[in-house]
Design a protein around this ligand. Structure first.
Ligand SMILES: Nc1ncnc2c1ncn2[C@@H]1O[C@H](COP(=O)(O)OP(=O)(O)OP(=O)(O)O)[C@@H](O)[C@H]1O
Length: 228
C-alpha cells in the first residue's frame, strides 16, 4: 500500500533537550492509524510537526515526506497545510453560519463560485456524518450546534479541503458517550477512503477504529515502531 506520510527518526527538540522521538512510521493510503502512548510522550507535538506548526522554540529533525515530497522544517509550507490537515482536540467554531464554518479554509485555497463551494461543503458535511442534521439550517449560527456536532463540523471543514491525510488529535476526549459514538461513526466511515492518523488515549477506541498502531514512548525509551 502506498505511503501518504513517511516519518523517519523524527525528533522534536527544545534547545538541547529531546522532547519527542525518535519516531518512525508510515501512514498508508486509506489507513486509519492510531498514535498512542503515555501522557507527555509527544503525540500532539508529532501532529504539529507533521503540519510544520511547532510552537516557537521547538525544532524538528529527521525525515518527513508527504506524497513522496520531502518537507523541510520551518518553511511555513501552505501547500503542506492544505494536504495534511490537523483537527485539534477542542472543536474550533468561528462566529458565522454552519456553512461559513464548513467553508472556512477551503475559501482560502479555492477561488470558485458560491455553487461550487456549497457543493464541496455539502459533500464534506455528508462525509463527516453531519448533513442530515444541518441540511435545513446551513445559515444558522454554528455555535447553536452541540459539542459532538461541532466536532463533526470541524471534521467537515478539514474534509472540504480534500486532504491527502487527516490528523485527529483526541477527537472525542471532550465529548459525552453519545456524542463520542456519533463522532466515532463518522471516523469509521472514512476508513479505506481517507488516510487518518488518530491520536487517542483510549485503547478500546483504537481497537475499534484503527488498522495499525504506532506507539510513542517518552524520549529515553526505545524508538517507536509500528506494531500491527
Ligand atoms: N511549547 C513547548 N515548549 C516546551 N516543551 C513543550 C512544548 N510543547 C510541548 N512540550 C513538551 O513536549 C512533550 C510532549 O508534549 P505533548 O503535549 O506533545 O505530549 P502528548 O503525548 O500529546 O501528551 P498528552 O497525552 O498529555 O496530551 C512534553 O514533555 C511537553 O512538556
Amino acid at each position: 500500500m502506498d505511503s501518504v506520510i513517511t516519518v523517519r527518526r523524527l525528533r522534536v527538540r527544545s534547545r538541547d533537550t529531546t522532547l519527542v522521538g525518535p519516531v518512525s512510521f508510515d501512514l498508508a493510503q486509506g489507513s486509519t492509524t492510531g498514535l498512542c502512548g503515555p501522557s507527555g510522550a509527544g503525540k500532539s507535538t508529532v501532529l504539529r510537526a507533521l503540519v510544520d506548526l511547532l510552537p516557537s522554540g521547538l525544532v524538528r529533525d529527521g525525515d518527513l515526506r508527504v506524497l513522496d515530497r520531502a518537507i523541510a522544517p520551518g518553511r511555513g509550507d501552505a501547500d503542506l497545510r492544505a494536504r495534511v490537515v490537523l483537527v485539534p482536540q477542542t472543536p474550533v467554531v468561528f462566529g458565522g453560519s454552519i456553512l461559513d464554518n464548513a467553508l472556512f479554509g477551503l475559501r482560502h485555497v479555492l477561488r470558485a463560485s458560491r455553487e461550487v463551494l456549497r457543493e464541496r461543503a455539502e459533500r464534506a458535511l455528508r462525509e463527516a456524518g453531519l448533513w442530515q442534521e444541518v441540511a435545513d439550517r446551513l445559515d444558522a449560527p454554528a455555535h447553536t450546534l452541540s459539542a459532538g456536532q461541532r466536532q463533526r463540523l470541524c471534521l467537515a471543514r478539514a474534509l472540504a479541503l480534500e486532504p491527502a491525510a487527516l490528523l485527529l488529535d483526541e477527537p472525542t476526549s471532550a465529548l459525552d458517550a453519545q456524542s463520542r459514538d456519533t463522532v466515532e461513526e463518522s471516523i469509521a466511515a472514512l476508513h479505506g477512503r481517507r488516510s487518518v492518523l488518530l491520536v487517542s488515549h483510549d485503547p478500546a477506541q483504537v481497537e475499534r477504529l484503527c488498522d495499525t498502531t504506532v506507539r510513542l514512548d517518552r524520549p529515553a525509551a526505545a524508538p517507536a515502531v509500528a506494531v500491527s
